[in-house]
Design a protein around this ligand. Structure first.
Ligand code: NAD
Length: 249
């Protein structure tokens, strides 16, 4: 065990699998007590067992990020189990590939509900607890799709762009209370989310990455760890791009 997050309590949405699960495992290795929230109960409980088996401290809570009551229960679980909340990672998200004319209103609403409203509700529920803890760190997982256009993914890109700017205005609102808010912008990352993509399209994305590979969940987790820790105490309202150089082209 290392101690970059020693004494801290973290809540991670979408923590059952993919990037959120890897962040949970890394945070626990670095000394944090971790609450994983997700709609996937079985996978979430399995991830918690893995963290405990490795000597970490974690609990699972059922969390649908589109529901304010679920968020309150997740924050209450963190405070009730571990006494406080220091870190929120708004990681839960869903992908959407269609372009502007192809996407249905139902899909648009769902993507915005999970990826954008979910992030707002998470911050709204967490801020009072972070304030009581004397400050804290919120990390909102956006995407390079929140920074540049691809000509598809209309709702996904809109939802992730909204996360980028919502992060900055929250950073401005809460800086005086010592609550830092930053966004992370992953490029193509090998996770269950992208495993379902058409392989030819995926390979095209990966081939366009200057570092010539897809990212791993660990590549993202180390960036999130930095923003969660006190090492980033002078960083707020920032965008951390982890994309193998994709957006630098
Ligand atoms: N994989 C990539 O290439 C990539 C790139 C850029 C950004 N991202 C973003 O990174 C984040 C993590 O994605 P991932 O790649 O690990 O995907 P993933 O699908 O493996 O994990 C996402 C998690 O979010 C959970 N989730 C979905 N809807 C939810 C809801 N309503 N309430 C609670 N949990 C919910 C899922 O159950 C899952 O556990 C997402 O916000 C995603 O948009 C991913």
């Amino acid at each position: 065990m290392a101690d970059r997050l020693r004494g801290k309590v973290a809540l991670i949405s979408g923590g059952a699998r993919g990037q959120g699960a890897v962040e949970g495992k890394l945070f626990a290795r670095e000394g944090a007590k971790v609450v994983l929230g997700d709609v996937l109960e079985e996978e979430g409980r399995r991830t918690v067992e893995e963290i405990r088996a490795a000597g970490g401290d974690a609990v699972f809570v059922t969390l649908d990020v589109t529901k304010a009551d679920d968020w309150q229960r997740a924050v209450d679980t963190a405070v009730g189990t571990y006494g406080k909340l220091d870190i929120l990672v708004n990681n839960a998200g869903i992908l959407q590939m269609e372009g502007l004319e192809e996407i249905t209103p139902e899909t648009w609403e769902r993507v915005m509900a999970v990826n954008t409203t979910g992030v707002w509700l998470g911050m709204k529920a967490a801020v009072p607890a972070l304030r009581r803890a004397g400050g804290g760190s919120i990390i909102n997982i956006s995407s390079i799709s929140g920074l540049i256009g691809t000509g598809m993914q209309t709702a996904y890109q809109a939802s992730k762009g909204a996360v980028r700017i919502m992060t900055k205005t929250a950073a401005m609102q809460y800086a005086k209370e010592g609550i830092r808010v930053n966004s992370v912008h992953p490029g193509p990352i090998d996770t269950p989310m992208t495993a379902g993509l058409d392989r030819e399209l995926w390979q095209m994305f990966v081939n366009s990455v200057p570092l010539k590979r897809a990212g791993t969940s660990e590549d993202i987790a180390y960036g999130v760890l930095y923003l969660a820790s006190d090492e980033s105490s002078f960083v707020t309202g920032a965008e951390l791009i982890i994309d193998g150089g994709y957006t630098a082209q």
